[in-house]
Write a protein that binds this ligand. Structure first.
Ligand code: ZN
Length: 504
């Protein structure tokens, strides 16, 4: 054990203050999306802008830079994995990035995004891309400026991707996606043409929203979400946020005529929440108390939602419980029927409704178009046509209008380019992690079928959750699975599972 030197103690104090401000902003954002009356919007925007500006100013101060420099000297030679060495290493990376982007550029992107969001809402409602196009042009231009400020070696996309997935390179993502595409595009076609039909009618049986809420909360408790250190509320779009490792907030939405909406949304956000609750308490208020990256965070939500929630053992355990929660309404349903229904593959226009087989294809087309926009390879007036052409090539369906095509996602209007790949990376990480889990816990399926989720959560806590942001995604995957990320686990999983369901 090292005696904590004064500079390190000061660094922790300053970082703690920055994080208090950021967590306070998160409380206001959570409130905005769950409880705030519409009249509060203008004041809330000012409050959030003030808090974010304050946090940014404090974090990028010269004093912070000097403290970090002193601390780098102190921890040189300390164990790479120690809390202190990790803190100085990771926060230095954050600091250098934050210092590179001129505050005026950040403010301009925030201003442009606020207007772009309003325009996007109207454009989507009217399926009118030209209404949104000038805003998107500004956003692409500002993102190019941000990328230039951050710097990159190979592709301009590298700089933007790095904000969400540290150290991941565009070429690496492109290679992973090429492997997926070569395999999944023919598979989707095969399922559409030759697969035996899957009846998903059971998913549309009307079930009371109170019953759905109760059932979802039971599942959250069972998988290990701690309601003494978190809660669930309702919102229009489900999300997870954390104010502390001891105060993690989930939201869900309920549809009386389509229960998977709430159930899988709840399990998905629950997966994010378990990660947040599992971060080591020693990392609280340091900036390391978060997920390793957006992709790794998504791997945890996807693992619980799909690899657990859409597995046969899960339904062996939960179908009888669901039948108890909704007396008389599901008595004629058996495990195979519901297992097949929740795994139906159907190429569709909308990413967020996509199944496990088609989901990544939605991400690939966005990744390719984002690169083309940033590198000037597509005129924005041609973007809807480019989108539709890729939908036809990859999924065999063409959106009926731009509302269900190029305008469907909020991300670009929020100023975010480089974010989408993290969703697909999450799927790949989750499958590779699960392969390792199955090696380490050979009777996992039996345990899940008995409703014993603690052994899986314990494994994830030990290997992933407790480390917070200490390791980059690459480091973490190497430590946890012994190899770098590849598409192999994911593709093997997809072929085994859906080959059986669709009879290949
Ligand atoms: Zn998620």
């Amino acid at each position: 054990m090292h005696e904590e030197p004064e500079a390190l103690r000061q660094l922790r104090t300053r970082l703690g203050e920055v994080w208090d401000i950021r967590r306070a902003a998160a409380v206001l954002e959570w409130d905005q999306l769950t409880n705030m009356p519409p009249g509060g919007a203008a004041a809330r925007a000012e409050q959030l802008a003030t808090l974010q500006k304050t946090a940014h100013t404090w974090f990028t101060s010269d004093e912070m830079g000097q403290l970090l420099e002193t601390c780098r000297g102190l921890v040189a030679g300390w164990d790479y994995e120690s809390d202190a060495a990790s803190l100085v290493r990771v926060i230095t990376r954050d600091y250098n990035k934050a210092r590179k982007i001129p505050p005026a550029l950040v403010a301009e992107l925030a201003r442009v995004s606020a207007l772009a969001y309003e325009a996007w809402v109207r454009a989507r409602a009217n399926a009118d891309f030209p209404l949104f196009q000038p805003h998107l042009e500004r956003i692409v231009d500002l993102n190019i400026q941000i990328a230039e400020a951050l710097g990159y070696q190979d592709r301009i996309y590298d700089a933007l991707l790095d904000q969400y997935e540290p150290d991941m390179k565009t070429a690496q993502v492109a290679a992973l996606f090429d492997a997926l595409k070569a395999d999944l595009v023919p598979l989707v076609r095969q399922i559409a043409e030759k697969g035996r039909a899957v009846d998903a009618a059971v998913l549309s049986r009307p079930l009371s929203v109170d019953g759905q809420w109760e059932f979802g909360v039971m599942v959250l408790r069972d998988i290990g979400f701690d309601f003494e250190r978190g809660r669930q509320d309702r919102s229009v779009h489900p999300f997870t946020t954390a104010f502390s490792v001891n105060d993690v907030r989930l939201t869900t939405r309920l549809d009386p005529n389509y229960f998977p909406q709430a159930l899988f949304g709840t399990i998905h956000e629950g997966g994010h929440g378990l990660y947040e609750q599992g971060v080591a308490p020693e990392l609280e208020r340091t900036g390391l108390d978060d997920g390793a990256s957006l992709g790794i965070h998504e791997s945890q939500s996807r693992l619980w939602e799909n690899l657990v929630g859409r597995s046969r053992p899960f339904w062996q355990h939960y179908l009888p419980r669901m039948q108890q929660t909704f007396p008389g309404q599901l008595d004629d349903v058996d495990v195979e029927t519901i297992y097949r229904a929740v795994n139906r593959v159907q190429p569709s226009f909308i990413r967020v409704e996509a199944d496990e087989v088609t989901y990544n294809l939605h991400i690939m087309l966005r990744f390719e178009l984002e690169n083309d926009m940033l590198e000037g390879k597509v005129h924005l007036s041609d973007l809807p046509a480019a989108w539709n052409a890729k939908m036809r090539d990859y999924l065999g369906v063409v959106p009926t209008d731009d509302a269900v095509g190029v305008l469907q996602d909020v991300h670009w209007s929020g100023g975010m380019l480089g974010y989408f790949p993290t969703y697909a990376l999450g799927n790949l990480y989750s499958a590779q992690i699960m392969d390792q889990v199955r090696q380490d816990i050979p009777d996992l399926a039996d345990r899940l079928a008995r409703g014993e989720f603690g052994v899986l959560l314990g494994w994830l806590r030990e290997k992933i959750h407790r480390h917070g942001r200490k390791y980059t995604p690459t480091e973490l995957m190497q430590r946890v699975t012994g190899r770098e990320l590849s598409a192999a686990s994911y593709l093997a999983y997809i072929h085994t599972k859906f080959g059986e369901i669709y009879g290949f």
